[in-house]
Design a protein around this ligand. Structure first.
Ligand SMILES: [Zn+2]
Length: 114
């Protein structure tokens, strides 16, 4: 395949890229390591899509109710997403509310849809 990447000056261009997983409907065929962290696991990408629809954010309890995963698994995925700034969290009373960081480079620069 003839790859044409004219004019893209991604700051991670020198790093290796990863093939876009089939469950991500993006125009990009290759993903940078950060983006691959975000969507490389299907469960993680499902979390991103859920949070993308939740304007007010969601708690781990709510996310666990939506996905057929254990709460520790959800928390692990959220921590990975936080490590690349894809999600932010705020503490509200006893709850922690997670929300999508829509300005994260994965969604903005690399155009991961959510
Ligand atoms: Zn990226």
């Amino acid at each position: 395949m003839n790859k044409k990447k004219v004019g893209t000056t991604k700051k991670v261009a020198a790093e290796r890229t990863y093939k876009r997983p089939s469950w991500v409907d993006s125009a990009e065929e290759e993903l940078c390591p950060d983006c691959f962290k975000v969507v490389g696991s299907r469960s993680r990408y499902q979390l991103v899509c859920l949070l993308g629809k939740a304007k007010e954010g969601m708690t781990v309890t709510e996310l666990t109710a939506e996905l057929e995963l254990q709460q520790p698994t959800i928390t692990h995925h959220l921590n990975v997403l936080r490590s690349v700034d894809a999600v932010a969290s705020i503490d509200s009373g006893r709850e922690r509310i997670y929300s999508l960081n829509r300005d994260a480079h994965c969604f903005d620069e690399c155009k991961i849809p959510y």
